[in-house]
Design a protein around this ligand. Sequence first.
Ligand code: ADP
Ligand code: MG
Length: 327
Amino acid sequence: ETTVNRIAAGEVIERPASAVKELVENSLDAGARRVDIVLRDGGRSLISVDDDGAGMDRDDLQLAIERHATSKLMDDDLLAIAQFGFRGEALPSIGAVSRLAIESRAAGLDTGWSITVDGGRVGEAKPAPRAAGTRVEARDLFYATPARLKFLKTDRAEFGATLDTIKRLAMAHPEVGFTLKDGERTAFTASAEQGELPDRRAARLGRVMGRDFIDNALAIEAEREGVRLTGLAAVPTYNRGNSMQQYMFVNGRPVRDKLFVGAVRGAYHDFLSGGRHPVVALFLEIEPHAVDVNVHPAKAEVRFRQPGVVRGLIVGALRSALAEAGH
Ligand code: ADP
Ligand code: MG
């Protein structure tokens, strides 16, 4: 059983960033307005995610670490986009490959509870005083699976992957405050944004991507066959050669998608030189059933039923924004 769990866990948890993504998504699902993340040694020795969400009572806590236990309903919307996680797999998977400790207090109850899972062995639930919400700590990731450990990159690279994951989630959830620490050092912080969604989103984009990007970006707003695209795209002179700063979201969730990358590249084709990459933050809203569900859930990939429509929308919107700005 434990071996099976460890093998299955490798499917979900490949590196610290994938554990962080699953834990932060749980916090967001629990309605957190604040999520504080701490990593030590790139996440190898410690990953800690603390939230002020709905929390769990003793029974919830014991259920949460069992395989296939999920408290979440599979509504159409979640189904369509696959929720980007294996249902009920994240906590048991992390527990199978680390020393996991969870403490939680359900909103409205006056006692908190804690539980540990060490390499798949579940301990007893114990009372633990804390504020409403949940803290999940995973120590010594992959300590029992040396083969996995070997595939990890430097602490710096692993931390960088987590920082990227947090930035994407922070852009998708401007109403939530985030902090990310690399040991004692605060690497990222964004307080909860106020106001209507467009204002919140604009404020958060500025926070994550920098004023400099905002000041050098064109507003994107377009629609085609019921698919809507909004966001910001950098003017050609701003585009960067050092890194791929392309942030893309489908129905509010971060995605990594070849179609997006290709369409953006195509739109900027005439302006790209010296290996520069266009810098964009694009939000696509599409009817859930027009997005394919059978894509590897841990990889944040999507497949569109009508890729031509989506590609045309992106290329068209970016080209006309560039043309209007005189490029
Ligand atoms: P899933 O998210 O697919 O349900 P997980 O293994 O990630 O599976 O989590 C199992 C369950 O544990 C969740 O359904 C939820 O009930 C509970 N849970 C996990 N993390 C939190 C959290 N931060 N706050 C409240 N409940 C949580
Ligand atoms: Mg989950």
